[in-house]
Design a protein around this ligand. Structure first.
Ligand SMILES: Nc1nc2c(ncn2[C@@H]2O[C@H](COP(=O)(O)OP(=O)(O)OP(=O)(O)O)[C@@H](O)[C@H]2O)c(=O)[nH]1
Ligand SMILES: [Mg+2]
Length: 507
C-alpha cells in the first residue's frame, strides 16, 4: 500500500534541471505526506506538472478603477482580447493574459480542462466563478516570457460579498500562491483602502515577498499633493500589512497619456525603471521562486500533519466523539501552543487559527491518521538534501536561461535602461525637454514672453534698440526651446548660433 515509502524515496537524486527536480521531489516525497493528512482539503490543491512548467506570472490586485487593466495595456503597448477600460467598475472577471500565436479568448470552463495549462484546480471554485474566468491569448513579445493576470476591481462592503457568487479571496489566494509577483495598485487621486481590499491584502500576507505596491495615477496631482497622498498611503499600509519594515512603494503613472504636471516626470521615470527591472528579472528567478514556494509548502504540510495527528490522538475511541470534536476545535489555540513547544515550530508556521477551525468543523476526526514519523522524515530529508542540491544548480541555470530566453522583451520594456532613443530613460530633460509631450513646450512659457514683447515692441510689431538686449536674451531662450521642441536639430544649431552672433555683435 505504501509503495512510496520504499527506500528509494530517501535517496538524494541527481536531477537534470531544477524544474524537473522539483516535480520529482514533490511527487515522490511531499505529496504522500499531503495526501495522508488531507492537506488539499485544508490548504491548497495538489500541484501538477503544469504548475512547475508555467511561465512566471504577475497578478494585479486593487480596488476598481485603480488602473489595473490600463497597466497591462501599458506593458504590452497594445490591447488584448476582452479588454475593457473605464472609470466605472469595468473588468468583471479574472483574465489570464498569455502568449499565443493565434489571438483569441478561451472561456473559463474550457480553460480548466486544458491539461497544458495550470488552471485545472480552479474548477473547485464552482461554475459561477468559471463563468468569470477567461484566458486572453495575445501575440505579444512581452508575453513570451511572462503571463499577466488581470482581476476584477475590489468593490466595497456588501456589494463585493453578495454580487460575486464565488469565493473571491479564495481565488486570489490560489493565484497568489502560484504567481511570481503580486502588484497591488492604489489610486493616488482617490486613495482609500476599503474593508474588502484590506481583507484581500490580509489574504495575501503569507506571500509578502512577492508583493510590490504601486501608487498609480500620480500624474493627476501636483508634487505637494503627491507628498501628502504618499504619506497617507504609508500610514494606511502600516496598519494593514503590520510589518515593522516600511513597504517599497513605486510611484507613477502607467498609461500612455502625457503628464499633467511635469515636476514629477523624473521621479516617475526612475520609479518605472526600478519596477520594470524587477519585473524583467522574473524569468531568470522563476526556478528559485518555485523552489522557495515548495519549501514554504513543505513546512506547512509538516505542521499540518502534526495538527491532524494530534487531533486524532485526542479523540475518544468509543463515546462522546462529537462533544470532544467541538472541544478540540475550541481549544485549537492551546493545541498550537503545546505543539510549538513539543516540536520547536515557530508560531508563524501555523495556519491561521480561524480558518482552520472553520474547516475542521466539517471534518470527521475519526478518519484522521495518527502520526507517521517516516513520512515526516522523508520530507525533512528532502528539505535538507534534495533542496540543497537543486539550489546549487540554480546559479548555473540562471546564466543559461538568460542566454536562451533572456529578460522580458518588447512593449514598455524596450525603454528599460534605454538612453539612446528620443523616448528612452532620462530623455525629455534639458535640451530634450517636452520631447514626449503632445503640446509644444513653448506654449507653457508663451504668454509670459508675449507680455514682454508687447511691452518693448513698436507700433509696427518690431523690436529695436540697444536697451532691449536683456529682453532679447530672454527671447533667445524661447526660440531655442521652440526649435528644440520641433526636433529640427540642424536648424537648431544654425539658428542658435545666428542669434548668439547677433547678440554678441550688438553688445
Ligand atoms: N490619470 C490617470 N488615469 C488613469 C491611469 N491609468 C488608468 N487611468 C484611468 O482610470 C480609469 C480606470 O482604468 P482601468 O484600467 O479600467 O482600471 P481597473 O483597475 O482595471 O478597473 P476595474 O477593472 O474596474 O477594476 C480609466 O478611465 C483609465 O483611463 C493613469 O496612470 N493616470
Ligand atoms: Mg480592469
Amino acid at each position: 500500500m505504501f509503495s512510496w515509502l520504499s527506500r528509494d524515496n530517501n535517496k538524494t537524486e541527481v536531477y537534470e534541471n531544477v524544474i524537473e527536480g522539483l516535480k520529482t521531489i514533490y511527487r515522490t516525497k511531499l505529496l504522500p505526506l499531503e495526501t495522508h493528512y488531507q492537506f488539499h482539503d485544508f490548504h491548497s490543491p495538489q500541484l501538477e506538472d503544469s504548475d512547475f512548467d508555467a511561465k512566471p506570472m504577475i497578478l494585479l490586485v486593487g480596488q476598481y478603477s485603480t488602473g489595473k487593466t490600463t497597466f497591462i495595456k501599458y506593458l504590452l503597448e497594445r490591447d488584448f482580447p476582452g479588454i475593457r477600460i473605464g472609470p466605472e467598475p469595468t473588468t468583471d472577471r479574472f483574465i489570464a493574459v498569455m502568449y499565443d500565436d493565434k489571438e483569441g479568448i478561451i472561456p473559463g470552463n474550457a480553460l480548466v480542462v486544458d491539461p497544458k495549462r495550470q488552471f485545472r484546480p480552479l474548477s473547485k471554485f464552482g461554475n459561477s466563478f468559471l463563468n468569470r474566468l477567461q484566458c486572453s491569448m495575445v501575440n505579444s513579445p512581452v508575453l513570451q516570457n511572462i503571463s499577466i493576470i488581470d482581476t476584477p476591481g475590489i468593490l466595497s462592503g456588501e456589494k463585493q460579498r453578495v454580487d460575486r457568487g464565488y469565493d473571491f479571496t479564495g481565488v486570489l489566494e490560489w493565484f497568489a500562491e502560484r504567481v511570481d509577483r503580486i502588484i497591488l495598485l492604489f489610486d493616488a487621486h482617490k486613495l482609500d483602502i476599503s474593508d474588502e481590499f484590506r481583507r484581500s491584502i490580509e489574504a495575501l500576507r503569507g506571500h509578502d515577498d512577492k508583493i510590490r505596491i504601486v501608487l498609480n495615477k500620480a500624474d493627476m496631482i501636483d508634487h505637494q499633493q503627491l507628498m501628502r497622498v504618499y504619506g497617507a498611503l504609508m500610514w494606511s499600509l502600516g496598519k494593514v500589512l503590520q510589518t515593522p519594515e516600511v513597504a517599497r512603494v513605486y510611484i507613477g503613472s502607467f498609461w500612455d497619456q502625457p503628464l499633467r504636471y511635469d515636476v514629477n516626470r523624473r521621479l516617475f521615470e526612475d520609479e518605472e525603471q526600478d519596477l520594470f527591472k524587477d519585473l524583467q528579472s522574473l524569468p531568470r528567478n522563476a526556478a528559485l521562486r518555485k523552489l522557495n514556494d515548495l519549501i514554504k509548502r513543505a513546512r506547512l504540510a509538516k505542521v499540518h500533519a502534526y495538527i491532524i495527528s494530534e487531533l486524532r490522538k485526542e479523540m475518544p475511541s468509543v463515546f462522546g466523539k462529537d462533544s470532544k470534536k467541538k472541544e478540540l476545535i475550541k481549544s485549537l489555540g492551546v493545541i498550537y501552543e503545546r505543539m510549538q513547544k513539543e516540536h520547536q515550530i515557530s508560531p508563524g508556521d501555523f495556519p491561521e487559527i480561524k480558518k482552520m477551525q472553520e474547516i475542521l468543523g466539517n471534518q470527521d476526526f475519526t478518519k484522521f491518521h495518527p502520526l507517521k514519523p517516516k513520512l515526516l522524515e522523508i520530507v525533512d530529508r528532502m528539505l535538507a538534501d534534495d533542496i540543497a542540491n537543486l539550489m546549487a544548480k540554480i546559479p548555473l541555470e540562471e546564466v543559461n536561461n538568460t542566454e536562451t530566453t533572456g529578460n522580458v522583451k518588447g512593449g514598455a520594456f524596450v525603454n528599460v535602461e534605454d538612453t539612446v532613443s528620443p523616448f528612452g530613460y532620462k530623455k525629455g530633460e534639458g535640451i530634450d525637454a517636452g520631447a514626449g509631450e503632445l503640446d509644444w513646450i513653448v506654449s507653457r512659457e508663451k504668454p509670459k514672453y508675449d507680455q514682454i514683447f508687447d511691452q518693448i515692441a513698436t507700433a509696427e510689431g518690431k523690436v529695436t534698440g540697444m536697451g532691449k538686449i536683456p529682453y532679447l536674451v530672454s527671447l533667445h531662450y524661447v526660440i531655442v526651446l521652440l526649435i528644440t521642441n520641433s526636433a529640427r536639430n540642424s536648424i537648431k544649431i544654425s539658428w542658435t548660433s545666428t542669434i548668439l552672433t547677433c547678440a554678441a555683435s550688438s553688445t
